[in-house]
Design a protein around this ligand. Structure first.
Ligand code: LLP
Length: 417
């Protein structure tokens, strides 16, 4: 059990605050984050790599609320971004531009300009055409773009196919030969400066071996580049460290760190860049929802809640498992149910075939470990306003994102147009 979300007198608490109190004041569905649960893994990363030059760049895509990003900024840590919007939010939250890494296969010219204007640390380049555009944009701006090539190390991360990114056939990264060719080209280009090498092989990895396999391939490329007279500054391993949603046994951070540090011991002068996302934010947040109805269809029992796939799409999209806990522990007998939302889709479920203590309309449920890829993947499907977000710190909480209103749903639309 996550120490930051534990029962006290049979009420589920976020740190020192009752989730029932938050529901009463903020309404449901709502995302609730624990500040301590979010910052502890950031500190753990800093600690695990403290004996080597390193930079932690939090993967903003997991949870981009400004108040969470501000906690990253306060630690002096950086950001891994994949869009101009994520750059905007990171800078607004106070993250230093020179600690921002820009990943992604489809950076636009406008996004490149914004990132060059801000003075980011590096662009992780994913194609020859991207490098050509970046060079042109930098040239027009009379700037020098710091680049890393993103290698596709062709390793199997043994994770869900939708979140595997380092497979040979995936759209991400560059094969070794192409990457080496682009390095040679970049080294001659006055508009770019070669600063690093990067990869990201997938997400929710539960073993260390694929990371080390990828790191060994990157190291080989770094050594080959050194032979070509290209000395790198940054060795970016991406994110991917898994968390425990149900019965997974992800590697300990210490084991991950020891493996990477061991492998890079004989390559001096490199700063290790890490882009953890889920490991930091996943367990730091939950989706608080209210039961609307019990529904029985023959043998099948459903608990219909006010949270839905537009709030948390992971179960519907990836078949992901999230623990579901009653906010009030009543000792009621367990029944096996599907926990479903109001959306008109069969993929609108948050749990399937789950043994839950019997609940009634009005009861509250917490969908656990939803801090990563939860709110950030939410939508307005079925014209549902997006949920509120609350951040708990000790015995108090703050609404860090107001619940959307119906007016928000029609912003920019005009029925007479
Ligand atoms: N760096 C890059 C370049 C990435 O593409 C990602 C995630 C990360 C870092 C962070 O990875 P993490 O530490 O969180 O595993 N929506 C899916 C996961 C998609 C991952 C996308 N890339 C899910 O809900 O499981």
């Amino acid at each position: 059990m996550n120490p930051h979300f534990a029962y006290k007198d049979n009420i589920l608490m976020a740190e020192g605050v009752s989730l029932a109190d938050i529901a009463a004041q903020v309404g449901t569905p709502a995302y609730v984050y624990s500040k301590a649960a979010f910052t502890a893994p950031l500190d753990a990363f800093a600690d695990a790599f403290k004996d080597v030059p390193h930079l932690v760049c939090f993967a903003v895509k997991t949870s981009a609320n400004l108040s969470l990003l501000r906690l990253v900024a306060e630690k002096g840590q950086g950001a891994d971004i994949v869009s101009g919007g994520e750059l905007y939010k990171s800078l607004k939250a106070g993250i230093a531009a020179d600690k921002v890494v820009f990943s992604g296969v489809g950076k636009t010219g406008r996004e490149m300009r914004e990132a060059l204007e801000a003075g980011i640390m590096m662009f992780n380049v994913e194609s020859a055409e991207e490098l050509a555009l970046l060079s042109r944009v930098a040239g027009e701006m009379k700037k020098i773009a710091p680049v890393a090539m993103r290698l596709n190390p062709a390793v199997d991360p043994h994770t869900h196919p939708y979140v595997a990114t380092g497979l040979k056939e995936s759209k991400f990264g560059l094969d070794r030969e192409t990457a080496l060719g682009l390095y040679a080209q970049a080294a001659r280009d006055p508009n770019v400066s070669v600063v690093g090498l990067s990869c990201h092989i997938g997400s929710q990895l539960t073993s260390i071996a694929p990371f080390l396999e990828a790191a060994a391939k990157l190291k080989g490329v770094a050594q080959e580049l050194a032979g070509m007279g290209i000395q790198l500054k940054y060795f970016d391993m991406g994110g991917g460290l898994g968390v425990n949603y149900n019965d997974e046994t992800p590697p300990a951070l210490a084991e991950y760190a020891a493996g990477l540090k061991g492998l890079l011991r004989d390559v001096p002068g490199l700063t290790l860049v890490l882009e953890p996302g889920r490991y930091v934010s996943g367990p730091s947040g939950l989706l608080l929802t209210q039961v609307l109805y019990n529904k029985i269809n023959g043998e099948k029992r459903f608990v219909v809640i006010d949270g839905a796939m537009n709030d948390l799409i992971r179960p519907g999209l990836y078949g992901s498992y999230h623990r579901v806990l009653p906010v009030c522990r009543t000792g009621a007998p367990e029944v096996t149910v599907d926990v479903v939302g109001p959306i008109c889709e069969s993929t609108d479920f948050l749990a399937k075939g789950r043994a839950l203590p019997q609940v009634a309309g009005g009861d509250l449920l917490a969908v656990m470990d939803a801090g990563a890829y939860g709110f950030s993947m939410s939508s307005n499907y079925n014209a549902r306003p997006r949920a509120a977000e609350a951040l708990v710190d000790g015995d108090s909480f703050t609404v860090v994102k107001a619940r959307e209103t119906y007016a928000d749903l029609v912003r920019g639309e005009d029925p007479s147009a």
